[in-house]
Design a protein around this ligand. Structure first.
Ligand code: GDP
Ligand code: IMO
Ligand code: MG
Length: 425
């Protein structure tokens, strides 16, 4: 049976998924997103150009590749149209190559307002969301109240919109949040709503499909399909550091529900991770560094959010967390990113266990958010040289250490943001 491959982030997002999907796309006919929405920011660089994609799959920069926004994804029409227009200006016309699932849910402007209201109400305990309306939209989806792409063409779409919006306004008022003067991306709410409806009209030029049939039939016909994850396993709504997580299943299981692909149709699972760790937003991060080393990682790695511009929290590689993520998704091939960021380090550390409740454990505890977990580190010598197409022996030692711990081979090492800066092992 022809199978679909998956590429997933194994940490807290921003591992470099955009770059790798783009680098792998020449081997695939179709790239499909299966969860998340414009909370994602996937960066692709080549020939001195840089693109950041939010709602659109990272196969769009490869001519001829079909890109699918699957049913598990949530779509913000104004953001999506903005992205499409940006790509059009750069010479990429998506009218033939972008297909959107009828079943993908819509993010309304009021979903974004609820996101802001929820965060404000949480105060110090806020999640630090991307304010793109992710939690409220997935909430409406599971509460069976959401609007979907396929609803856009129905005669009573405006009525449905108004009805859901009114429910939202009641929720917002109950949170004590004042909509007077509220802006989205610097635009007054009423004007934003107008732009949102304009984007809905523009979206009608694109193909709305039943992507579950499209993908299964494409696989039957022998097409090569890659599913592109967003976020990272430690932000998974079930297995991440709840409640400091996103609102979707970002692990491999999310592909089944997010694209309508049966488990026995899954082939390779590429799991990608940085040679260190980063996190944006609130929540536990056992190996976080608050010192100069953390700042060096941030500066060398340009660790500032692709979606929100926020500085990313930085720390050492966390192997128990990585192994957990590998287990949850059945990762077959590991890909290590951003090793170049530590080219100058004389020594580095990796966490191999946690000290928690007076005991040493290799498991992530349930109460990770409320209890202190202290990492147990192993020190490793740095490679102190540039990578430039060949992996230095001391970096090989670091790779071997990770492989032995996690039990899966590292097949790909990335040493720069450009599409070509990779070594296959
Ligand atoms: P994604 O969300 O997983 O697609 O990752 P982001 O795009 O949010 O963040 C990854 C950042 O690292 C982007 O700015 C990439 O251009 C950059 N990047 C990717 N791989 C490498 C690498 O191997 N080395 C360096 N220095 N930068 C990289
Ligand atoms: P990519 O695909 C990093 C984080 C937010 C916040 C939490 C919940 O680029 O790797 P949400 O807006 O989803 O309700 O926010 O999840 N988050 C990400 N962090 N990369 C991402 O995506 C993220 N998407 C969401 O910072 O902590
Ligand atoms: Mg990102």
């Amino acid at each position: 049976m022809n199978k679909l491959d998956i590429l997933l982030g194994l940490q807290w997002g921003d591992e470099g998924k955009g770059k790798v999907v783009d680098a792998l796309t020449p081997n695939y006919d179709i790239v499909a997103r299966f969860q998340g929405g414009p909370n994602a920011g996937h960066t692709i660089e080549f020939e001195g150009k840089k693109f950041v994609l939010h709602n659109i799959p990272s196969g769009v920069l490869t001519p001829g590749c079909i890109n699918i926004i699957g049913n598990g994804v949530i779509i913000e029409p104004h953001i999506l149209i903005g992205e499409i227009e940006g790509l059009q200006k750069a010479g990429f016309d998506l009218r033939e190559t972008l297909k959107i699932s009828n079943r993908a849910h819509l993010i309304l402007p009021t979903h974004r307002a609820i996101d802001a209201a929820n965060e404000r109400a949480l105060g110090k305990m806020k999640v630090g969301t991307t304010l793109k309306g992710i939690g409220p939209t997935y909430t409406d989806k599971t509460a069976r109240k959401g609007l979907r792409i396929g609803d856009i063409n129905s005669a009573d779409f405006s009525k449905k919109y108004e009805s859901l919006k009114n429910t939202h306004l009641q929720q917002i008022a109950a949170l004590g949040f004042d909509m007077n003067g509220f802006q989205l991306d610097g635009v007054a709410f009423a004007e934003y709503e107008r732009l949102w409806f304009e984007a809905i009209e523009q979206l009608k030029q694109y193909q709305f499909i039943d992507s579950e049939y499209y993908l299964n039939e494409a696989l039957d016909a022998g097409k090569k399909v890659l599913a592109e994850g967003a976020q990272g396993s430690m932000l998974d709504v079930d297995f991440g550091s709840y409640p400091f997580v996103t609102s979707s299943n970002v692990i491999a299981a999310g592909v089944c529900s997010g694209l309508g692909i049966a488990p026995n149709r899954i082939g390779k699972v590429f799991g990608i991770f940085k040679a260190y760790c980063t996190r944006v937003g609130t929540g536990p991060f056992p190996t976080e560094l608050f010192d100069e080393t953390g700042e060096t990682l941030r500066q060398n790695g340009h660790e500032f959010g692709a979606t929100t511009g926020r500085p990313r929290r930085c720390g050492w590689l966390d192997l128990p967390a990585l192994k957990y993520a590998v287990m949850l998704s059945g990762v077959t091939d590991l890909m290590m990113m951003k090793s170049d960021v530590m080219d100058d380090f004389a020594t580095l550390k990796v966490a191999t266990a946690y000290r928690y409740n007076g005991q040493e454990t290799k498991h992530l505890p349930f109460a990770a958010c409320t209890e202190t977990m202290e990492p147990v580190y192993t020190e490793i010598h740095g490679w102190k040289q540039k990578i430039e197409g060949k992996i230095p022996q001391k970096l090989e030692d670091y790779i071997k250490f990770i492989e032995d711990y996690v039990g899966v081979p590292i097949k790909f090492v990335s040493y720069g943001p450009d599409r070509t800066q990779n070594v296959w092992r």
